[in-house]
Design a protein around this ligand. Structure first.
Ligand SMILES: [Zn+2]
Length: 350
């Protein structure tokens, strides 16, 4: 690389970092600031925090070497970085779940929201749709009204944060429907959408048709995690049964050319998270990721970080990484500015 080429690239990356950006797919705890987590762990040692976990969850958490090390450490806060060095989906999910045990009071939840806002602001993300997995906080004993109060705050300064409620598919369709019925009359205007995260292969999208019909009636916009752990049939179900407007991930649509054409023709955007897909094992490497193929087929997309703290990546880095797949700087700039158009709250994104 020539010096001038290197400088051009560095200033282009600096430009990506500085420009206003939108992020449409990241999880509240996936963006948990490490300092916040360290502070929480100092205030509530892990052994005490996990005392409330049901035995099956505790056993699952203890099986993970990084978590076992944290539990055994004299100073657990010093061992936290190990949490982010997982090498399987199972380890990632356990590490992610582990962090919820340190959000014990509504003030902790508020602190997390403030920390994530700061994380977004520091990256010049001016509009974000952040997914919040409500059942996990309820399991921690947090009151629903307090959670919704915190989500309802809408400070005038950027970033504008809008919330996507994740009912967590692992609790099953009946529990999701019951929770949504409870939520709908209470939702503040900052909550704009619905998604389902969790184990797609155990609880496929097609089971949740009634939940999504209810959400639509209640005025929520709809997306769902699909086509990540499962293949194209899951994306078809998301479209036909759930009638979602966007797809979280959706990358495995690439396995069905008819589906790829459908997404392009109907202009259904995918929320693509390339680093996440590699770190959780959907693809063995960025080189194997289908984002370029989907792009060339005309599928609309936004680029996102999913769980930036866990994958140790910023949105600008995620975008810049597309260079290695053959995207030009102009195409990447287009993806960065194009994400605003897929926002569920167009007014706040503007
Ligand atoms: Zn996600």
């Amino acid at each position: 690389m020539s010096d001038s080429g290197g400088q051009r690239r560095a200033s282009w990356l600096a430009g990506l970092e500085a420009r206003p950006k939108a992020e449409l797919h990241l999880h509240l705890r996936g963006a948990i600031p490490r300092d916040y987590l360290r502070d929480r762990v100092r205030k509530c040692p892990p052994a005490r925090a996990l005392a409330s976990a049901p035995p099956s969850q505790l056993a699952m958490l203890r099986r993970q070497p990084a978590i076992a090390r944290i539990l055994a450490a004299r100073d657990p806060a010093e061992e936290l970085d190990g949490l982010f060095r997982f090498d399987s989906l199972e380890q990632f999910l356990a590490a992610y779940f582990f962090t919820v045990f340190f959000v014990r009071e509504i003030d902790d939840f508020r602190g997390l929201v403030v920390g994530v806002r700061e994380h977004l602001r520091a990256q010049n993300i001016t509009y974000a749709e952040v997914t919040v997995s409500i059942p996990e906080y309820l399991q921690q004993g947090l009151p629903l009204e307090g959670i919704l109060d915190a989500l309802g705050e809408d400070p005038p300064a950027r970033p504008k944060v809008r919330w996507i409620v994740d009912l967590v598919r692992n609790y099953g369709p009946d529990a999701a429907e019951k929770l949504l019925e409870r939520l709908l009359p209470l939702l503040p205007p900052t909550v704009v959408g619905l998604t389902l995260g969790g184990a797609e292969h155990l609880y496929p999208a097609g089971q949740f048709g009634r939940v999504y019909a209810l959400a639509r009636e209640g005025g929520l916009r709809a997306t769902v995690h699909a086509g990540e752990a499962l293949g194209p049939e899951s994306v078809w179900h998301a479209l036909d049964t759930l009638r979602v407007e966007r797809i979280g991930h959706g990358v495995r649509a690439i396995e069905d050319p008819r589906l790829v054409s459908h997404l392009a023709e109907r202009k259904i955007p995918l929320e693509i998270c390339p680093t996440s897909n590699v770190r959780t094992g959907v693809y063995p490497s960025i080189a194997a990721h289908p984002v370029r193929e989907l792009y060339e087929a005309g599928v609309p997309m936004s680029i996102n970080t999913d769980d930036p703290t866990f994958f140790d990546i910023s949105l600008a880095e995620e975008l810049a990484g597309l260079r290695s797949l053959g995207f030009t700087t102009g195409e990447i700039d287009g993806l960065a500015s194009g994400a605003f158009a897929f926002a569920f709250d167009a007014e706040a994104a503007a």
